[in-house]
Design a protein. Structure first.
Length: 65
């Protein structure tokens, strides 16, 4: 889902990708894993005009005050 250009990950996706990095392009998770350097470089080459967002999904819920 995209809201004002910011990707919001669902609770199901948070559970599925816990402890991993995710790569989001066009509002969809297109890759996930612990080391995505090669995959990100490949996506940048194939889609130079696309915005790529990389985020880490923690293993546990965080409480930020």
């Amino acid at each position: 889902m995209t809201v004002s250009g910011v990707y919001q990950i669902s609770r199901e996706e948070m559970q599925r990708y816990a402890g991993q990095y995710v790569v989001v392009m066009d509002g969809k998770v297109v890759a996930s894993g612990k080391d995505l350097y090669k995959k990100i470089k490949e996506l940048e080459k194939r889609h130079p005009d696309k915005k790529i967002i990389v985020s880490y999904i923690p293993k546990e819920d965080l409480l930020i005050l």
